[in-house]
Design a protein around this ligand. Structure first.
Ligand code: PHE
Length: 368
């Protein structure tokens, strides 16, 4: 007969879960010794069974309880050991992961939208693949108009379903037409409209100051009693906010665009220090010069009509600004082509932190 104390002592002494399992098989497995004892009960006389039965049961229960308790203890110890071994040292400096940056054009687009939002303009968009009606005809440039030749345009071989020629838009001005039509449709009596439309535009041009794709932001105001004074004030307020300087001086020059009448080109005074252009002061002051920054004018009445408004009731002004040039001027970059080279060294020098995008209302920060 097995000695229960000895069996329990043996179980309590098992050092590993494997050793414990071996003991379980040894005592309680199919061929185990305690299982063997249980089987002998069948061959006993009732009297003998009365005596031996309880002893064998005690043995079996004692072994079962001891096995469970030891298993629990061994598992807890294993977990404690793992927890002790697998601690992480949080004080170790983490390896730096490479950081991306916001492209100066995206940054400047955001800044422009923010300045104009403060002035009450909403942001509108239009397609980069345009038809010639929105890009030219509706903007007072009929098919025979010589102004169409001013832009060397990328045309598509096929016309659209309406039979219109398709092209890569040469300016953001078609968004003027789309916004007016949309507004006129939504409000049949006409309605005031104040939008800016930032986006990509395309012309067949490539040198140090021209790329085949570049960026513009269009502005359009349609309302009652709008005159040149509103345009001048808006442009002045915008340029002061964008360049964060109060000494911005504008020069308005008469010009020609088919879609505005009168048309005005706007120059801004700047000085050059150490090869870097700094905006501010009159271009006529010593050491200063003028730089053209945008085209603008009062919306031509043919364009107001094409947009679905009555030109005797509604007037407005429009402007188109080269975003790339503004970015170069504000952040001191000298080659336009670098904008689109995708050179990581250039981007990490001129890019902006995505986590700390400077906004005008928060104060423009320093490039990362
Ligand atoms: N669309 C003109 C250009 O690309 C700019 C412009 C816009 C001029 C709106 C007047 C009014 O040159």
């Amino acid at each position: 007969m097995l000695d229960i104390d000895q069996v329990i002592a043996e179980i309590d002494g098992a050092g590993t879960l494997e050793a414990l399992e071996a003991l379980r098989i040894q005592y309680l497995g199919k061929q185990g010794s305690i299982s063997g004892l249980l089987k002998t009960l069948g061959g006993m006389s009732p009297e003998q069974r009365q005596i031996e039965g309880p002893k064998i049961q005690t043995l079996r229960e004692g072994a079962t309880t001891a096995l469970a308790a030891r298993k629990d203890a061994l598992e807890t110890a294993a977990l404690d050991a793992r927890l002790a071994a697998e601690t992480i040292d949080l004080s170790l400096p983490a390896p730096a992961s490479p950081r991306g940056s916001v492209h100066p054009i995206s940054q400047v687009m955001d800044e422009l939208a923010e300045v104009f939002a403060d002035l009450g303009f909403a942001v509108a968009t239009g397609p980069e693949i345009e038809d010639d009606w929105h890009n030219f005809t509706a903007l007072n440039m009929p098919e025979s108009h010589p102004a169409r030749a001013m832009h060397d345009t990328f045309y598509f071989p096929d016309r659209n379903d309406a039979g219109r020629e398709m092209l890569l838009r040469t300016h953001t001005s078609p968004v003027q037409i789309r916004s007016m039509i949309e507004t006129a449709k939504a409000n049949p009596g006409g309605a005031p409209l104040r939008i800016v439309a930032p986006g990509r535009v395309y012309r067949s041009d490539s040198d140090a100051t021209h790329t085949p794709m570049f960026h513009q932001i269009e502005g359009l105001v349609i309302d009652k009693g709008i005159h040149l004074g509103h345009l001048k004030w808006t442009l002045e307020a915008f340029l002061k906010a964008f360049f964060e300087r109060d000494d911005i001086v504008l020069r308005l020059r008469p010009s020609y665009f088919p879609f505005t009448e009168p048309s005005i080109e706007v120059d801004v005074g700047y000085s050059s220090t150490g090869g870097r252009r700094v905006v501010g002061g009159s271009g006529d002051a010593p050491g200063h010069a003028w730089m053209e920054v945008l085209g603008s004018g009062m919306v031509n009445r043919h364009v107001v009509t094409a947009g679905g408004f009555d030109p005797d009731e509604w007037q407005g002004f429009a402007f188109g600004i080269g975003v790339d040039r503004l970015a170069m001027l504000k952040y001191g970059m000298d080659d336009l082509r670098a904008f689109f080279d995708g050179d990581v060294r250039w981007l990490s020098h001129y890019g902006f932190s995505a986590l700390d995008v400077p906004t005008l209302s928060g104060g423009v920060g320093t490039p990362v």
